[in-house]
Each structure stands twice: as structure tokens, then as C-alpha cells.
Design a protein around this ligand. Structure first.
Ligand code: PEP
Ligand code: MG
Length: 866
């Protein structure tokens, strides 16, 4: 029989996948000589088997044997006190291989029953503590294992406090807590789910509940958002309890070896005196900063500093650890690589490399490239900001403006209308994940910097202010209060997650300056990057910004955006309406002048670097007003509207995305083609005369057949005769173009993969409409991720690979790029890093593309993107 249960001392060398993050961290800490309460770990393998088959043969015998070993190590008996020796009580916790904070369930004080309470009271000389431990166990067990709602227990507690006329739990007497325990017991009995008095039954029930909690909706949602595989399973850690609530010389806390918001080096964290760990994590009481320990427990503070140092040295990364002090003695209960903001991630990686803890390459590999745009998040414009109405803790940096919402439902409602939201809650729980995910910012009244709200917001990269104590939130009534001030659902708020300040109304924001440390990291990354990085930009401002972020040219300039200008659109409409060649020529002449000016500015901004201009792509009717507007005006006798209406009806398509657009339009309306290309060539010519070094390239969209490319090239060559040639390329964005790459490649200088359209057409899903079902597809596990966001390697990637291989074979000088939205998504960039010459990303994501490409380089060629 395989071993599936290990003591910490037996777990040496076993993987995190098997032990889960929590079990692994405990085993490593025990090995490093840190004080860890004895524990046993049930592996993820047992969980997977349990979820598959409903039982794990031999598991209980193994657990029993290891439990006996725990009894030996602690000198206590599970569930039974003897004389002045208290019973061995355990915590039962979940621990997946990947950290999933708050997503899974925990039970404390397990093993306690009526007899045990007496023994615990005797042993500690503290009946209040014993009954408090029991009522906590009953509530947790009742919720997690027996399936009762947490509120039922909370209500009974509140009612008792009210009857006694007290506000805090601490004011309840031992007799009160005993009474409460019996209320809980009777309630569970009455609902047909009695609490098991046998400690062993308790343990079995709890272990199975942890296994099952892997499947709970919160856990599923979290996995979906973070792309964590469904089949990992969770380990279970059964650990001897230590108590932080045995008096003022006890307590519990969370420490970070560096500041998770800023990355600043040094011990950082929070401590709650005379409390159990759950009180901190749940944000129910607001803890004090660890710093304060320096004043009243300096030795403990020094000890924690030593722990932090040792943890970092051992794990070679910033750690987030939980600890409990039981009557002055420190115990470590958990450690893991700490979640951090993008800003902290960069600072920590760079500084650890400089300290020699990790290599520069490790520093480069460690930073999540997709998080970089968050580094450049806007901040409140201090000079123009009014007085804040409220101040809380700065939990996740960046500023956000949005409409106040108090529930998931409201967040969904507002966002469905395209209105950004700020989620406002008393505190958050895993139940709130949908609202948090949808919102631009998060504001809570309670909880510290390590509360659920803070941890999750940082992970999501969403600005957050937590523990704003002056705030009273009434979610059911859709309102909140700060002193005499009240705000309701829908009212606009601005929060600043870097300072903790909250403002009523929309406050002006300023874009943050590029980070010096980020530049340093990117400088280390650059030598490992082989893939070129360009930008998708169609204005001179975007081009400049992209260049400042390190773009090596423009990979996609969508020229239609230049048509949408207020003063230009009438000329586009005239072009569409033109009945005679003269009318068409006049409209084209005007548009030519506009385009030439734009091209000059963009080429200037990218002087000396390639600028790929894509000729007109969308169907013409996109430039006409919506049909209902035209109909209304036409009815009112507007003649121009009448003419436009007729044209609009003639041009109307059921399926414009698959319609008369791109190369199809350009070939059948060649005057537009000529006008655009001439504007580009003329712009370049003038710039050259002015002493600049413009590098224009031209490409045609949406081709599906070599004949189209041939015809387009012939058109281009007419103008090349006059101005001299520039690189001529095509987008590969229909599946057929990818399949016929070998025939197309000899006709062009470059391919640029339009993975937006290629994905749309490969999947047969509409870019415009897929939002109605794609999120649910991902939620239900039908797709592992949203393919419009991250490149689908299996299908779309296969088309791409085929076109690359056959295209290169047919034309060895062929240049290859990618310019769909995937060009700025880290995993997709890593996938194409060895296949293509360059990727092209929106300006902010140029940084992501650069880092991701370097990370791919570090993994070596052909490394699979994970
Ligand atoms: C594409 O299809 O990937 C592309 C870049 O073009 P657009 O998004 O403009 O269709
Ligand atoms: Mg396209």
C-alpha cells in the first residue's frame, strides 16, 4: 500500500504537488529548525482518489497510525485530557499545491467534546477559554462539515450579547459561552446534523469536508480567474493546536519578510493580541502593526526578525508567514511565497538579485509579465484633489474611479452597462469574489493589510483601501455612511490604494511615471530576448508612448481610426455616396491630405524604426450613422440622410465581420487603396527631404487567397514605380491564408498574424458576441482560458505554426510578426518567441511583451509556455 499520510519529519524531499503548499512549507520550516507544531499531511493524491472514487482504501488506518505518532510527539492524547495534561486538539486545514487564499475551509480546536472542555478548563485553569474553544469548533464544524450557514451561529452569538447587554465577545462569561455551546449543539441536533462527540468521527468528517471543499463554487471561481488546473486536488494538514488566545502573553499574527505593497525590505505585518489566527485573516478585528511589538514585546520582535531572515534565506523569496504565540512561545504555522503587487514584485526581484540571494536571471524569470501594466497605474492628482472623506489602509496601489456598489449583483448590473464600479463592503469574504473581480477598486470598513480583501485585491491588481474604520456599510440598504455623510449605490467614488484615501466624486488622476527599478529589470532581461517587440499604435501620442516603453517600431497601424475624426467623417461619407468619378476623386483628395499628415507624424515619432501601416479594414457602412438615426432624419425630410439611408441599406450586411471588408473592399474600390498607399509614400518622401529616416511598410488585411495578394501587389507596384518600393506584406488572419501560406509567402516580404480574426474564424465564434457565453464556457471548464485573451496553442497555434513553417520554406527571407491582442499577453508571447521575428502589442503592454519574450529566451528554445 502506498503511503499517503506523512509526519513533517517524514516529508523531506516530497514535492509541493503532493504535500500542497501549506504542508510543503511546514515540512521545510521544520527542517530549517524553526518551531513548528507537530503535524501530519494527507497528500493531494489521496484527495484526487477520494474525489474520483468516493473513498480511499486504507486511508483511515494510516491517519490513525500517524495520529498516534502526533500523540507521542506532543505527550497528549487526541480528544482526551488527563489530569493537568490538556487533550490533544488539532487544526484541519486545506492546502493546494498553488496558494488559494480564503478559498478552502479550515477547522480549529478539533477533537474537543463535552468531556474535553472540562479537561481543557482544568489544564489551563481557564474555563472561559475552554468553552470559547468549544463554541468556535461547533460553529466552524457546523458550517464546514455539517453545512449550516455561518450566520445562524453569528445570530445566536449576537442575540446572547444583546441579552447580556455587552458589545464584544470578550465580555461574555464562561457560563455565557457554555450556554452558547449548548445552543449550537441543540440547534445542530434539531436540524438532523448532530455534532459528533467522538473526536475520531470529527476528524474523519473534517478531512472529507476539506477534500470536498476543492469542488466548492468559491474555489472553482478562484481557479478559473487564476487559470489553476481543476485536477490538482488539495492536501490536508492536521496539526497540533497552539493557542493565541490564552491571555495577553499570547497572540497571533501574519508577517511578511518584505512589504507586499511596496517591496520595501524588512519585517512587516500585523499582530492581534489574545486571538486566534482566523480573527486576523477574516478581518473581523483590526490588528496592530508588528512594529508595535518593539514597544511591549521587544524580544518577540527580534525573534520574528530572525525568523524572517531565515525564511528568506531558506526559500529564496519573499515569504508571507503566519504565527501564533502561546504564553510567550512562538510557533510558525504557515509560510508561502507572499503575494505582492506588481510594483513590489519588481522591487523585490531586483533587490534580491543585488543582495545575491537570487541571480539576475531568476529575478527576470520571477516577475509576472502580465502584471507590468499595473505598475503604470494612475494615481490621484494631489494638486487637484479635494479633501478626502475617509482614510483607510493602503492595501493595493493605484487609484480608481467608479460607481459605489455593495454586492456582486450590483457590480454585475453596473458593469453590464459599461459603468465601472468600486465594491464597498464591511469586509470581504470569498463570496465576494465576483464583485471584486469586476470592480475597478475595493473599499472595506474592516480588516487589515492581510485581510481577504487586501490579499485578493493585490492578486487581481485592483486598487484597494481596507479597514476604513469610520465607514459604516449597510449592504442590504445599498448605502454607506461616513460620519454625517451618506452615499448610496451608484454614487461615484475615487479611491487611492497607494495612500488609503477615499474621495466623493471623480477626482482627476495622473498617469504614473515609469519605474526606475523596472527599467533595471528590463535591462537585465534584454540580453535574453530574441523576439522583436513592436507596438500597435495609430496616433503619434501612442507611438511616442510605445517608443518610450521600448517598442522597436509599429507592427500595426490601423488606418481606419484616422477616418473616424469629426472633420473627416463627412468626407468618408461623401466617398461612400460618390456617384461620379469626380465626386469620388474630390473626397479622396481630402482624405489623402488628412492621412498624409497623420502618417508623417507617426513616422516621425518612430523615426528610424519600421512602421507597418495596414490599409483600410472595416466595411464601409461602419462609417455611416446607425440606421435608426438615419431613418428618423429621413422621415423628417433631411435629404442627405435620405441618400445615406439608401446607401446604408445597400451596404448593410448580416455578418459584416465576414463581409465586404479588408482586401475585398480594397480590390474592388482600388481608388481607396491607391489613396492610402500614396499618402504613406508621399509622407515618407517629404520626411526624407526634411532629413528624417522614415521606414514605412504596407500590409493588406483579411486575404484568403494568393490571387488577392497578387492583385494587391500589382496595385502597390504601380506606386512603387513612382516612389521606390517599401516592404509589402499581408496579414494572415483567415484560416485559409494560413493553410495556403506556401503560395502566399513568395509574393510578400512579411506575414503579420492577425490572431484576433484568426481566433474568431478558427473557433467560429464572433469577437463581438462571444462575451455572451465565453466566460461561462471558461467557468464550466469547457475551455481552459478565454482564447480571445490568450492564444489557443492547440488550434490557432497550429495554424500559425504551419503558416510559419511553410511560409519560410517557400520564402526564406520572409519576416514574421504577430499583431493581434495576444501580442501583449505573456503566455502567448512566450509561445511565439521561437517561431516569429516580432510581436506587436498595445503601448502599455509593450513592457509585458519585452519581459515575456526575455523569459522565453531564458527557458531556452522550444520551452513550452506554461
Ligand atoms: C487581428 O485580426 O488580429 C488584427 C490585428 O486586426 P483587427 O483586430 O483590426 O481585426
Ligand atoms: Mg483583423
Amino acid at each position: 500500500m502506498n503511503t499517503r499520510v506523512y509526519l513533517l519529519s517524514e516529508a523531506r524531499g516530497l514535492s509541493r504537488d503532493l504535500l500542497g503548499g501549506k504542508g510543503y512549507g511546514l515540512a521545510e520550516m521544520a527542517q530549517a529548525g524553526l518551531p513548528v507544531p507537530p503535524a501530519l499531511i494527507i497528500t493531494t493524491e489521496a484527495c484526487r482518489r477520494f474525489l474520483r472514487e468516493g473513498a480511499v482504501p486504507g486511508l483511515w488506518e494510516e491517519v490513525q497510525a500517524k495520529l498516534a505518532a502526533l500523540e507521542g510527539l506532543t505527550g497528549k492524547r487526541f480528544g482526551h485530557g488527563e489530569g493537568v495534561t490538556p487533550p490533544l486538539l488539532v487544526s484541519v486545514r486545506s492546502g493546494a499545491p498553488v496558494s488559494m487564499p480564503g478559498m478552502m475551509d479550515t477547522i480549529l480546536n478539533l477533537g474537543l467534546n463535552l468531556e474535553g472542555v472540562q479537561a481543557l478548563a482544568r489544564a489551563t485553569g481557564n474555563p472561559r477559554f475552554a468553552w470559547d474553544a468549544f463554541r468556535r469548533l461547533l460553529a466552524m464544524y457546523g458550517e464546514v462539515v455539517l453545512g449550516e450557514k455561518a450566520e445562524v451561529f453569528e445570530e445566536k452569538l449576537s442575540a446572547l450579547k444583546e441579552r447580556r447587554g455587552v458589545v464584544s465577545d470578550a465580555e461574555l462569561s464562561p457560563e455565557d459561552l457554555e450556554e452558547l455551546s449548548f445552543q449550537y449543539l441543540h440547534h445542530l441536533e434539531a436540524r438532523g446534523t448532530p455534532f459528533p462527540m467522538d473526536p475520531w468521527d470529527q476528524l474523519q468528517g473534517a478531512i472529507m469536508a476539506v477534500f470536498r471543499s476543492w469542488q466548492n463554487p468559491r474555489a472553482r471561481t478562484y481557479r478559473r480567474i487564476y487559470g489553476i488546473p481543476e485536477d490538482l486536488g488539495t492536501a490536508v494538514v492536521v496539526q497540533a493546536m497552539v493557542f493565541g488566545n490564552l491571555g495577553e502573553d499570547s497572540g497571533t499574527g501574519v508577517g511578511f519578510t518584505r512589504n507586499p505593497a511596496t517591496g520595501e525590505k524588512g519585517l512587516y505585518g500585523e499582530y492581534l493580541r489574545n486571538a486566534q489566527g482566523e480573527d486576523v485573516v477574516a478581518g473581523i478585528r483590526t490588528p496592530e502593526p508588528l512594529e508595535r511589538l518593539k514597544e511591549y514585546a521587544p524580544e518577540l520582535y527580534r525573534e520574528l526578525e530572525g525568523v524572517a531572515l531565515l525564511l528568506e534565506r531558506h526559500f529564496r523569496d519573499m515569504q508571507d508567514f503566519e504565527f501564533t504565540v502561546e504564553r510567550g512561545k512562538l510557533y510558525l504555522l504557515q509560510t508561502r511565497a507572499g503575494k505582492r503587487t506588481a510594483q513590489a514584485a519588481v522591487k523585490i526581484a531586483v533587490e534580491m538579485a543585488k543582495e545575491g540571494v537570487i541571480t539576475k536571471e531568476e529575478a527576470v524569470a520571477r516577475v509576472e509579465a502580465n502584471a507590468l501594466p499595473g505598475l503604470l497605474r494612475p494615481a490621484v492628482d494631489r494638486d487637484r484633489a479635494p479633501e478626502p472623506i475617509l482614510k483607510g489602509l493602503p492595501a493595493s496601489p493605484g487609484a480608481a474611479v467608479g460607481h459605489a456598489v455593495f454586492s456582486n449583483e450590483a457590480a454585475e448590473r453596473f458593469n453590464a452597462q459599461g459603468l465601472p464600479t468600486i465594491l464597498v463592503r464591511p469586509e470581504t469574504t470569498p463570496e465576494d469574489i465576483t464583485g471584486m473581480y469586476l470592480s475597478r477598486g475595493i473599499l472595506t470598513a474592516r480588516g487589515g493589510l492581510t485581510s481577504h480583501a487586501a490579499v485578493v485585491a493585490r492578486g487581481l491588481g485592483v486598487p484597494a483601501v481596507v479597514g476604513a474604520e469610520a465607514l459604516r456599510v449597510y449592504p442590504e440598504e445599498g448605502r454607506a455612511q461616513v460620519g454625517g455623510l451618506e452615499f448610496n449605490e451608484g454614487e461615484v467614488l475615487t479611491i487611492d490604494g497607494s495612500t488609503g484615501e477615499v474621495y466623493l466624486g471623480a477626482v482627476a488622476l495622473v498617469e504614473s511615471a515609469g519605474e526606475a527599478l523596472l527599467q533595471e529589470l528590463l535591462a537585465w532581461a534584454e540580453p535574453h530576448r530574441r523576439l522583436g517587440v513592436r507596438a500597435n499604435a495609430d496616433t503619434p501620442e501612442d507611438a511616442q508612448r510605445a517608443r518610450a516603453f521600448g517598442a522597436e517600431g509599429i507592427g500595426l497601424c490601423r488606418t481606419e481610426h484616422m477616418f473616424f475624426h469629426e472633420e473627416r467623417i463627412p468626407w468618408v461619407r461623401r466617398l461612400i455616396l460618390a456617384r461620379t468619378p469626380e465626386e469620388e476623386a474630390e473626397a479622396l483628395e481630402r482624405l489623402f491630405a488628412f492621412q498624409k499628415t497623420d502618417f508623417k507624424e507617426i513616422l516621425k515619432a518612430m523615426d528610424g524604426l519600421p512602421v507597418t501601416v495596414r490599409l483600410l479594414d472595416p466595411p464601409l457602412h461602419e462609417f455611416l450613422p446607425p440606421l435608426p438615426d438615419l431613418e428618423e432624419k429621413a422621415r423628417a425630410g433631411d435629404e442627405e440622410a435620405q441618400a445615406l439611408l439608401e446607401r446604408a441599406k445597400a451596404l448593410h450586411e448580416q455578418n459584416p465581420m465576414l463581409g465586404f471588408r479588408g482586401v475585398r473592399l480594397l480590390l474592388l474600390r482600388p481608388a481607396i487603396f491607391r489613396m492610402q498607399l500614396r499618402a504613406l509614400l508621399e509622407a515618407a518622401k517629404e520626411l526624407k527631404e526634411e532629413g528624417f529616416d522614415p521606414r514605412p511598410e504596407v500590409m493588406v488585411p483579411l486575404v484568403a487567397d494568393p490571387k488577392e495578394v497578387e492583385r494587391a501587389k500589382a496595385l502597390a507596384e504601380e506606386l512603387f514605380q513612382e516612389y521606390g518600393p517599401i516592404p509589402f506584406g499581408t496579414m494572415i488572419e483567415t484560416p485559409r491564408a494560413a493553410l495556403l501560406a506556401a503560395e502566399i509567402a513568395p509574393l510578400v516580404d512579411f506575414f503579420s498574424f492577425g490572431t484576433n480574426d484568426l481566433t474568431q474564424m478558427a473557433f467560429g465564434l464572433s469577437r463581438d458576441d462571444a462575451g455572451k457565453f465565453l466566460p461561462r464556457y471558461v467557468e464550466e471548464g469547457l475551455f481552459p482560458f478565454d482564447p480571445t485573451e490568450r492564444l489557443d496553442e492547440k488550434g490557432v497555434g497550429r495554424l500559425l505554426r504551419l503558416a510559419v513553417e511553410e511560409g519560410r520554406r517557400a520564402n526564406p527571407r520572409l519576416k514574421l510578426g504577430l499583431c493581434g491582442e495576444h501580442g501583449g499577453e505573456a503566455r502567448s508571447v512566450q509561445f511565439v518567441a521561437d517561431l516569429l521575428d516580432y510581436t506587436s502589442a498595445s503601448p502599455f503592454r509593450v513592457l509585458t511583451a519585452r519581459l515575456a519574450a526575455a523569459q522565453a529566451g531564458l527557458k531556452g528554445p522550444k520551452a513550452l509556455a506554461r
